[in-house]
Design a protein around this ligand. Sequence first.
Ligand code: PGA
Length: 250
Amino acid sequence: MSRYYYIAGNWKMHKTREQAAELAQSLVTALKDGKHEYLIAPSFTCLETVSAVVQDTNIRLGAQNCAPEEEGAHTGEVSVLQLKDLGVQTIILGHSERRHIYKEDDALINKKVKLALKHGFEVILCIGELLEEREAGKVEEVCERQTVKGLEGVSADALSNVVIAYEPVWAIGTGKTATPQDAEAVHAFVRKVIGRLYGEDAAKKIIIQYGGSVKAENAAQLMAMENIDGALVGGASLKTDTFVPIAKFS
Ligand code: PGA
């Protein structure tokens, strides 16, 4: 399959079940005839509710994280088996908030990636540099490390269930977006890294989303770039009015 546009909404720690159901229902209606691929990732507590709403629609159900183990004594964690039970299809891993606030390192993220893939989930692996890393000229170094280590031990076969989201940390929730040209440069670089690891064909096929203050005003320009295949949207995914124009960009 060749590349397609894939627009995902990460609801982070927002919404009660009632609010989540309302937003999901309104997106199902608005995106029914949408031309791209879609995903919404509510909080764990809302997954069951939203699962019922998006079932048999063109919107995939995502979780924002998972535990690195299948089950056991892991207070406060959520297992891939529990996520599967709720109808979750995709797991977002390595989000910068997990990396930087909750101190998840590449090895832990890699363990989660492999476990999720083993259980048949699609994985959105998030990568991206901090502002000080960008200023120190380390964008490629950081993105390469996070990609290589995040995918360590992932087979070429399993890679077809991996999406990469490039999210420069300084652009997340700040209103600052990377310019389409700056984002494109990193996307092209990451695609090259995938090519080195998995070959040209895999590099051509892998979906690389951009994330970081994506809004209706900048979505089309970002997506016009050759190597940008979609968006991982935070703040603007919390309302139908702000998400649908991104999801329906043309
Ligand atoms: P933002 O978040 O769109 O609010 O910047 C993006 C993300 O964290 O995935």
